[in-house]
Design a binder for this molecule. Structure first.
Ligand SMILES: Cc1cc2nc3c(=O)[nH]c(=O)nc-3n(C[C@H](O)[C@H](O)[C@H](O)COP(=O)(O)OP(=O)(O)OC[C@H]3O[C@@H](n4cnc5c(N)ncnc54)[C@H](O)[C@@H]3O)c2cc1C
Length: 378
């Protein structure tokens, strides 16, 4: 049983504690699922999370503490369940925050698990460097025509709806981008490649070849795409940290069970002082990550306009610390730790991409440094 004492921290209300307990029961009854067909598994998870009412929290009024609690709990049970939940929120994040009534009809579907959503920003030539976005949206009579390529798109190939970022040219670089809501069945959109990561999730490279969208597809105003994407990431970045925290808690649980069961030189591994030292380091990193994550989430929920620094610290620390915790858990499992199919081996593969997407670790370091240096020093 994972440590739940953090739920008594002042960051949480009674409703958060109740939600965590109910979700724990739901997870015990429904997870993990079979991952052998990853597309089918994701579709099934979205439907199950929708039927369970959990996706109601993924859009509309976004309570970041709730999002983080759900992500850390799902990640602790099944990384793919966390992925399915997270993408319903991230995919529709721009619509939750800035969507008009008409666009929010999609939100009703994604919140019931009846439609799958995706967030399409990255391109082959622009990941961290969003200003280099090349996909173009050209104004035509009654709408927009989009052409370009997007890659590393989670849910690419199985999504029913995409929020896509394209250059509309109001200003150079990042200030000339806009966001559009794009149903997956539009003419001119194709999946050119399905990508296989070290943790298997639905991922794809997409091509837009003269995709025509109506004026109403624009989210916010022309040229606001970067601002909008950053506002969405401001909410969801802490939740990436929360998923990492869920993986780390599970790794610690697995390690604790292993060191008590495994006997070496006539005693339990847990009795060796050096092993206890490793366990202490792991527990310390888990608690420190949780403090940073729920500090960021609480601050946002109190109405802070932006939590850029807090969210960057939470994401950076929690993902890096989780990698270290999981690595130690693998080490304490010996050969069984690297055996394909063992839980810690799965966690070892699941954690890696979290240090890269939604702002790589070094990008978070840049964000934090910029937030503490005076403007004239930059
Ligand atoms: C599993 C997975 C799922 C993804 N899902 C999505 C999705 O749903 N939607 C989407 O739009 N994108 C998605 N991405 C893409 C992801 O956001 C990008 O991979 C990420 O932004 C990094 O971009 P890049 O891969 O082009 O790496 P690059 O931008 O080339 O960066 C490579 C490395 O360069 C260094 N670096 C970059 N910039 C700086 C800097 N300013 N200062 C110092 N060092 C720097 C860092 O070490 C960084 O890791 C996903 C990626 C993965 C791996």
């Amino acid at each position: 049983m994972s440590d739940k004492s953090f739920l008594d921290w002042p960051f949480f209300d009674a409703r958060h504690r109740e939600l965590a307990a109910t979700l724990e029961e739901w997870c015990a009854a429904n997870l993990p699922v079979d991952h052998s067909d990853v597309d089918a598994a994701c579709r099934g998870l979205v439907a199950a999370l929708g039927a369970g009412g959990w996706l109601e929290h993924s859009g509309g009024s976004l309570d970041v503490r709730t999002l983080c609690l759900i992500r850390e709990t799902l990640a602790r049970h099944d990384g793919l369940a966390d992925f399915a939940f997270a993408m319903q929120g991230l995919g529709m994040g721009a619509v939750s925050l800035f969507g008009t009534e008409e666009k929010r009809r999609w939100l009703e579907k994604t919140r019931k698990g009846e439609a799958i959503s995706a967030f399409a920003l990255t391109e082959p030539g622009s990941g961290s460097d969003v200003a280099a976005t090349k996909t173009v949206a050209e104004k035509v009579q009654g709408g927009w025509r989009l052409s370009g390529e997007k890659t590393w798109i989670s849910n690419g190939g199985i999504a029913d709806v995409y929020v896509i970022f394209a250059r509309t040219g109001e200003a150079p670089g990042a200030r000339g981008l806009s966001a559009f809501l794009m149903p997956a069945n539009v003419a001119g959109l194709s999946v050119v490649e399905r990508l296989e990561g070290i943790a298997r999730h639905p991922l794809a490279r997409l091509r837009l070849d003269g995709v025509e969208l109506p004026d109403g597809a624009l989210i916010g105003k022309p040229g606001e795409g970067f601002k909008l994407a950053m506002s969405v990431l401001d909410v969801f970045r802490s939740t990436v940290g929360a998923a990492a925290l869920g993986f780390a808690r599970r790794a610690l649980d697995e390690a604790l069970a292993r060191v008590q069961a495994r006997r070496i030189q006539g005693q339990a591994l847990a009795e060796l002082q050096m092993v206890q030292g490793h366990l202490a380091d792991m527990a310390l990193k888990v608690d420190a990550a949780a403090l940073l994550i729920y500090r960021a989430a609480w601050t946002k929920d109190q109405g802070a306009a932006r939590v850029t620094r807090e969210a960057a610290m939470a994401k950076l620390y929690a993902t890096e610390a989780a990698q270290e915790v999981i690595d130690l858990a693998v080490q304490l499992h010996g050969g069984d730790g690297v055996r394909h199919g063992s839980k810690v081996e799965e966690l070892y593969r699941e954690i890696r991409a979290l240090r890269i997407y939604e702002g790589a670790s070094d990008v978070q370091r840049v964000v934090i440094a910029r937030s503490i240096l005076p403007k004239e020093a930059l």
